[in-house]
Ligand binder design. Structure first.
Ligand SMILES: [Zn+2]
Length: 152
């Protein structure tokens, strides 16, 4: 008689497991589709390597190049570290390097929102978008570096 509650719970648990297994292919498909958009840069930019550099407060989690009409756009996400409370002093330094490894140019951009909030059941993330009017033709590496503080 003492085993009855367990016997009642088990079919329910098995039902939940079956449901989870049935929905797995859908989840996998969504995951793969989501990744595909990051994995396919425009063919003429496929050689450009993006290097992501974290700061003590923020992680640069993802970046990719997109071509919209005739413009190249650098997009990506940053994540707030769990122990970080204020991200408003952080910006992104973007630097270009050519095939021989020489510095070409640098610029700064911000992610939005500047203050990354804690979100329920979602990563604490913000987005950045930087239109690149003229990507130097011999660009080989773009470094996206999270940085706190001011510049001289
Ligand atoms: Zn900086």
């Amino acid at each position: 008689m003492k085993k009855q509650p367990t016997a009642r719970i088990w079919p329910r648990a098995r039902g939940a497991l079956t449901t989870a297994l049935k929905s797995w292919p859908v989840a996998a498909l969504v995951f793969l589709t989501g990744c595909a958009s990051f994995a396919r840069p425009p063919a003429d930019l496929a050689h450009v390597r993006l290097e992501l550099v974290d700061s003590p407060l923020v992680r640069v989690s993802k970046a990719w190049l997109e071509r919209t009409d005739d413009q190249v756009v650098l997009r990506g996400h940053v994540l707030r570290r769990p122990e970080t409370t204020d991200t408003t002093s952080t910006h992104l330094d973007i630097s270009w390097f050519n095939r021989t490894g020489d510095w070409v140019k640098s610029t700064q951009t911000n992610f939005e929102p500047r203050q990354i909030r804690r979100r329920y059941r979602m990563p604490d993330s913000a987005d950045f978008v930087l239109p690149l009017n003229a990507l130097p033709s011999d660009t080989n590496v773009i470094i996206i570096r999270a940085h706190e503080g001011a510049h001289p």
